[in-house]
Design a protein around this ligand. Structure first.
Ligand SMILES: Cc1cc2nc3c(=O)[nH]c(=O)nc-3n(C[C@H](O)[C@H](O)[C@H](O)COP(=O)(O)OP(=O)(O)OC[C@H]3O[C@@H](n4cnc5c(N)ncnc54)[C@H](O)[C@@H]3O)c2cc1C
Length: 368
C-alpha cells in the first residue's frame, strides 16, 4: 500500500513513525519547505510542551474528547514517547516536556526510525486528483491508496509564506473556516503606551458585552501597542469562539495575591502603591487614577497571524468521520491543526496533532 502524508509536522511525523512500525506500507512525506518539524522546534519556547496530563472539554473549541479523541488519553501519547526512548517531565500545571527540556529531542526521536518513509521536500501539494480507486498528487507519478492531509495552519508565518495556504482545500471544495490568529496577544484601543515594557502578574477577565467569558491568573506583558502573556493568549482562544467579537474588554486585577485588598486605604496611608504595583503601573496611577482591581482595556483586534501560536479555523469537522476520513473523498484523511480544532496553551495543540495521528495510524494499520 502507498500512503502519502502531506506535511512533515508533529502530526505527519508521528503518523509516519507509527505506520513504519506497525505496517508494511510505503510512506511518502511531502513537505513544502526544506525542513521537517519547524513548529515542533519552536514550541514551548524551545522546550516543547508536548501534552498536558489534565484535559477537559473546555480546552478546545469543540468537545472532541468523546468523538475524535475517544480512547486517546494523555497516557497514550506519554507511552508512545516512552517506547521511543524519550523520558518526560511534568510541571505543576501538569504540562509535559521532554526531560531534556529541549524541543529538538522530540524531533530527533520522531525522525530517527523513519527508514520506511521517503521525504519529498520543497514540494507544496496543491492538488489531489482521483485515478480509479487511487489518488494522484501534483508533480508526482506514484498512485496512492491513502492520502493524509497534515498541513497544519499558517500560524506564525509571515504573509508571503502563507499565500495560497488553503488552495488544496479549495481545489477539493472542502468546507473550511478561514484561518485566524489564536493564542496571540491583543492590540488595545487608546492603549496606555507608558506601560510598554511592564511585565507583571494579574487576574485577567475577558468580557464580551459586559458578560464574563473567561477568567485566569498569570503574567501579562505590555507591548508597544497591546498586551500579551500566556493568560492573554488563552483569552484570545475564548475570544475566537465568539461569533460577534464587538465590545470585548479585558479587566486586569493587579492585586494578584490579595484580590480584595483595600487599595484606596493603602493610597491614603502611603500616598501611592509603589510597594505593591510595578513601577510603570504606579506612575500611571499617580498621573491618571484607575481601579487597580479592575483596569479596563478595550480590545481592538488580535495581533497578526505572524505572531500567533495556532490558528482558529481549518477544515470543518463535518467533512470528516471519527477516523478522520473525508466523507466526500474516501481514502483521504485530515489530522492535526489543519482541522478546525484549536486548544488553549499548555500542550493541548501538540496533543491534538499527536493524538489525531495515532488514532489514524491504528485505523490505517488495521486496514493494511
Ligand atoms: C511559537 C510556537 C510555539 C508553540 N508552542 C506549543 C507548545 O508548547 N505546545 C503545544 O501544544 N503547541 C504549541 N504550538 C502549536 C503547535 O506547534 C502546533 O499546533 C502543532 O505543531 C501542529 O502540528 P501539525 O502537524 O498539525 O502542523 P504543523 O506542525 O504546522 O505541520 C504542518 C506541515 O505541513 C507543511 N505544509 C503546509 N502546507 C503544505 C502543502 N500544501 N504541501 C506540503 N506541505 C505543507 C508545513 O510546512 C508544515 O511543515 C506552538 C506553535 C508555535 C508557532
Amino acid at each position: 500500500m502507498n500512503i502519502a502524508i502531506i506535511g512533515a509536522g508533529a502530526a505527519g511525523l508521528i503518523l509516519a513513525h507509527k505506520l513504519s512500525e506497525e505496517s508494511s506500507a510505503n510512506i511518502f512525506i511531502f513537505e513544502k519547505t526544506r525542513k521537517a518539524g519547524t513548529k515542533i522546534k519552536a514550541s514551548g519556547g524551545g522546550k516543547a510542551n508536548i501534552f498536558n496530563n489534565s484535559i477537559n472539554g473546555d480546552c478546545y473549541n469543540h468537545n472532541i474528547q468523546n468523538t475524535l479523541l475517544q480512547d486517546i488519553t494523555p497516557n497514550v501519547i506519554g507511552d508512545e514517547f516512552s517506547k521511543m526512548g524519550m523520558l518526560m517531565t511534568e510541571d505543576e500545571e501538569r504540562r509535559v516536556y521532554p526531560a531534556t527540556l529541549f524541543s529538538e529531542t522530540v524531533l530527533d526521536i520522531l525522525t530517527e526510525n523513519l527508514s520506511a518513509a521517503k521525504f519529498i521536500f520543497d514540494h507544496p501539494v496543491t492538488e489531489i486528483k482521483p485515478s480509479g480507486k487511487k489518488w494522484l498528487i501534483n508533480g508526482c507519478n506514484t498512485l496512492f491508496d491513502k492520502v493524509v492531509i497534515a498541513t497544519g495552519s499558517p500560524a506564525a508565518m509571515i504573509a508571503r509564506n502563507r499565500k495560497n495556504f488553503t488552495a488544496l482545500f479549495e481545489s477539493m471544495q472542502l468546507k473550511h473556516k478561514e484561518f485566524s490568529p489564536s493564542l496571540v496577544g491583543f492590540k488595545i484601543q487608546n492603549y496606555p503606551k507608558e506601560l510598554f515594557g511592564c511585565r507583571t502578574r494579574a487576574i485577567v477577565s475577558l468580557f464580551h458585552k459586559k458578560e464574563l467569558v473567561h477568567k485566569e491568573k498569570g503574567e501579562v506583558v505590555f507591548k508597544e501597542d497591546g498586551i500579551s502573556g500566556i493568560v492573554i493568549l488563552n483569552c484570545s482562544a475564548y475570544y475566537n469562539r465568539l461569533d460577534d467579537k464587538s465590545d470585548c474588554e479585558l479587566s486586569l486585577n493587579f492585586l494578584y495575591n490579595n484580590p480584595n485588598y483595600d487599595a484606596a486605604g493603602h493610597i491614603l496611608r502611603h500616598g501611592d502603591m509603589k510597594g505593591i504595583l510595578h513601577p510603570k503601573l504606579n506612575q500611571l496611577l499617580m498621573k491618571q487614577p484607575f481601579a487597580v482591581d479592575d483596569f479596563r482595556l478595550a480590545i481592538d483586534k488580535p495581533y497578526d497571524l505572524e505572531f500567533a501560536q495556532v490558528c482558529s479555523g481549518g477544515i470543518d469537522l463535518s467533512e470528516i468521520d471519527n477516523n478522520f476520513e473525508l466523507k466526500r473523498h474516501r481514502g483521504i484523511y485530515a489530522i492535526g491543526e489543519t482541522l478546525d480544532v484549536d486548544g488553549i496553551c499548555g500542550g493541548y495543540n501538540l496533543f491534538f496533532a499527536f493524538a489525531s495521528a495515532l488514532k489514524l495510524a491504528k485505523h490505517l494499520s488495521n486496514e493494511n
